[in-house]
Design a protein around this ligand. Sequence first.
Ligand code: DAH
Length: 340
Amino acid sequence: MLELLLALREELENKLKVVDSLQQLEELRVGYLGKKGKLTDILKGMGKLSPEERPKMGKVANEIRDFLESNIDEKMALLKAAIKEQKIKSEYVDVTIPKKHIEIGHLHPLNETKRQLEELFLNMGFKVLDGPEIETVENNFDLLNTPDDHPSRDRSDTFYIDDSHILRSHTSPVQIRAMKKYGAPLKMVSAGRTFRNDEVDDTHSPMFHQIEGLVVDENISIANLKATIDTVLEALFGEKLNTRYRPHYFPFTEPSFEVDVTCTKCMGKGCDACNHTGWSMELLGCGMVHPNVLENCGIDSEKYTGFAFGMGIDRLVMVKHGIGNLRLLFDNDKRFLTQF
Ligand code: DAH
């Protein structure tokens, strides 16, 4: 019996070496130490032993049982530790790995300035409106008091879609739409694309951007016009630049002006960028709304007066960022755009 027990011990020791799962280990435990296990089987033979041998063999049997149990427990602890380690390894996240580089874009400088202007006017109580890029000749010219023989009506200047529809040549028709819709009093701006049959050069493009503004109320004067425009230009350029109001002609305003600001490159001293005038190229047109325009839109010109203005957004952006060539704004070249 002693031999049987020793053989059993050796057998289990060998088997334990190759066990590699908790399930196999449990099978071993049941197979050796369980009620119907091999040890129990051997111990059944105890009855056949002599009374002197029995306690000795009992002692050996107990030692072997303890030995088997502790070996199984030890193996169990090892297996559990290995499983845990495996789990930690498979779930490991290296938080120090640098994240994937995702390039995030930003607003185009034109849209940035457009939004800045809209925000500014909103804060001054203006409505921000939209208008269609395909306009009627009536809104774009007729109701804006444009004479029949005005050169801007020419097919060589403006893109006609048919006899009564064009690609709008300025944002001024949105004034007309706004006055017809809302009447007086009214404060509105509208920014967007405009189109003219211009040759492309450093400061011209057949597609460009304008923002239009209109204020109609009782007792509106040139002082209101100048205060509003100076405020906007100061907010845009971040410092007080000088402004110059030159007399001009627009069919829809009387009197009319063109506005220049101090050249931001030389601050008025005169340089190549400003043709040595000290003034940047004309940024906007403005004036007191012509009474005919008010009447065309059903507004009583005896009671109400107004001022209006139209600014080239592209030119504002060029002056603001010191860009010498308008085409750069439309080329979509990332090397240029990432600078802003
Ligand atoms: N529409 C003019 C242009 O495109 C700009 C302009 C001038 C708009 C005077 C106005 C204005 O509203 O009052 O050149």
